[in-house]
Design a protein around this ligand. Structure first.
Ligand code: BG6
Length: 505
């Protein structure tokens, strides 16, 4: 029998969304909140206040959200639930830099506290350009909206990028912490809200058989892949200032790395987990510029075929410099300098316009010390692999050696598969439900703490510096619809490894 504690609805609160007319509100936040309401995880005493520049009435705003929910929600809209939900939504028009906006917001929060009994608690979701984070934090603080008193709490959610490099990340951190306390800041990472990402800890620490082999004695190397089929999808202007390394690797992938490689925490309490993550991030070996160039590969997609259709190269995308040297693919080899992982290479790769959308974490274990069994010649490598499929088909695979039926002993790799789709009733999600709920109950374990952000930038800095000082001369160097530039294969081959693919094994 499954024995799960019945989840409690979050505490009464108001959710204030800055940038309420934007895409994130319609695609992710509203559907997630609606899903939480349908699972009875939203408090009965709840309200949503949208803030954006355009003047709108409450009713028009509600209509817009209702339409978006019908189109973009992950489940059919129940008219009764929507009617209750709708009545708790209001709108506050204003410019984020204008103190009057915050006076109006204060009144709206007071009214909502009276009407919906939100107990003065509030989450401020800053779904705006990162340039506005510091301004909004400052204005909220000046208006007294971040003061926690009389038992009420105030929390602020921001989404990456948390700075552009170490220096700007530190500036942002100090701007935020001069407006509020660190415990009030929830730096969200939607990758950590993914189901299999959350299962990593359970799998590793809830099963006695895995932790003993989770170290340099048994693990040969680890691979993390975040592959995307899409290109920059109209985000050329943003991407020109980011690139694959800043956009995905330095944050989502480093945080997944921290989760799989950290020491077991002493409890599941947010700070205990984050203390271990930061220790791990600080153990990433700081490379010299020469090592950084040797252990990294950059790529940019040229035109090519994806799903049988011709697609343009990155330099031909709207709002992209026709001579751009921004990378759309990055592969790196990292070392973690601690007792558990010394000597174990970690290979990370991420890119756009690759053949398939897939995110996976692959542990390759060492081969048996003696090769007792004959192998099938077409399949000569005999190590075990443990693969966490984060998306799109969530699951876990353990690849082991087995005897091929027949009179002689000949072996082949077989896969023991755990498929999330066949595991209990799965409720439709956007990936934000868990993160929003955690913020409302004050569980910060899946959110980045400022020292984690700092440590991730410190690990990234030598690479970014080496790249900056040595601009690429061969871009574009991979065709859309392929697995990235040739040197990314050589990064593995020179260590006698290869990137794990679904097909090969
Ligand atoms: C975002 C990046 O953080 O993650 C995007 O800015 C990327 O460029 C996206 O496409 C990938 O997220 P997911 O959940 O679709 O894998």
């Amino acid at each position: 029998m499954d024995a799960c504690p019945i989840p409690q609805a979050a505490e009464p609160c108001a959710l204030v969304i800055f940038g309420a007319s934007g895409d994130l509100t319609k695609r992710k936040l509203l559907p997630s909140l609606y899903n939480l309401a349908s699972y009875h995880l939203l408090p009965a005493d709840f309200s949503i206040i949208g803030v954006a520049r355009r003047p709108l009435s409450d009713d028009v705003f509600r209509e817009q959200l209702g339409k978006a929910l019908g189109e973009l929600g992950t489940q059919p809209v129940d008219p009764n639930l929507w009617t209750r939900f709708r009545g708790r939504i209001s709108y506050c028009a204003g410019d984020v830099d204008n103190p009057e906006t915050y006076d109006k917001l204060k009144q709206a929060l007071t009214a909502s506290e009276k009407q919906f009994k939100t107990s003065g608690n509030a989450v401020f979701y800053l779904s705006v350009q990162p340039d506005f984070f510091a301004t909004i934090a400052k204005r909220l603080s000046e208006a007294g909206l971040l003061t926690e008193e009389g038992g009420r709490w105030r929390r602020v959610i921001i989404e990456k990028p948390f700075g552009h490099d170490l220096a700007s990340a530190r500036t942002l951190n100090s701007q935020l912490t001069s407006a509020m306390k660190e415990h009030q800041i929830y730096r969200i990472d939607h990758y950590l809200g993914k189901e299999t990402a959350q299962n990593l800890l359970v799998f590793r620490l809830g099963n006695a058989i895995f932790e003993p082999i989770w170290n340099r004695r048994y693990v040969d190397h680890v691979q993390l892949t975040v592959a995307e089929k899409i290109g920059v999808e109209g985000r050329g202007a943003f991407y020109e200032s980011a690139g694959a390394f800043r956009d995905v690797m330095q944050n989502h992938m480093f945080m997944l790395l921290a989760l799989i490689a950290m020491e077991p925490p002493t409890s599941l309490e947010g700070e205990a987990i984050r203390n271990e993550k930061v220790k791990l991030l600080r153990s990433i070996r700081q490379t010299t510029p020469e090592e950084a160039l040797m252990n990294t590969v950059r790529g940019q997609y040229g035109e090519g075929m994806v799903d049988g259709k011709k697609v343009p190269g990155y330099r031909q995308e709207p709002n992209v410099d026709p001579n751009s040297t921004v990378e759309t693919f990055a592969a790196i080899k990292l070392r973690i300098e601690n007792w558990r992982w010394a000597g174990v290479p970690f290979y990370l790769r991420s890119g756009k316009r690759l053949p398939r959308r897939t995110t996976s974490i692959v542990f390759r274990f060492k081969t048996p010390p003696l090769s007792l069994f004959a192998t099938n010649e077409a399949d000569p490598i005999a190590p075990n692999y443990l693969i966490f499929h984060i998306q799109p088909d969530e699951g876990i695979t353990l690849q082991v050696r087995a005897k091929i039926p027949g009179p002689t002993i000949c072996t082949r790799s077989v896969r023991l598969e755990f498929d999330y789709n066949q595991f209990g009733d799965r409720q439709p999600t956007t990936g934000y439900e868990k993160l929003l709920y955690d913020c409302m109950v004050g569980d910060s374990s899946l959110f980045h703490r400022s020292d984690m952000v700092d440590a991730a930038w410190q690990a990234a800095s030598p690479i970014l510096e080496a790249w900056n000082n040595n601009p690429p001369t061969d871009f574009p160097n991979y065709a859309s619809g392929t697995w990235g530039p040739e040197p990314a294969m050589r990064l593995m081959e020179r260590d006698n490894h290869h990137w794990w693919t679904e097909e090969k094994h």
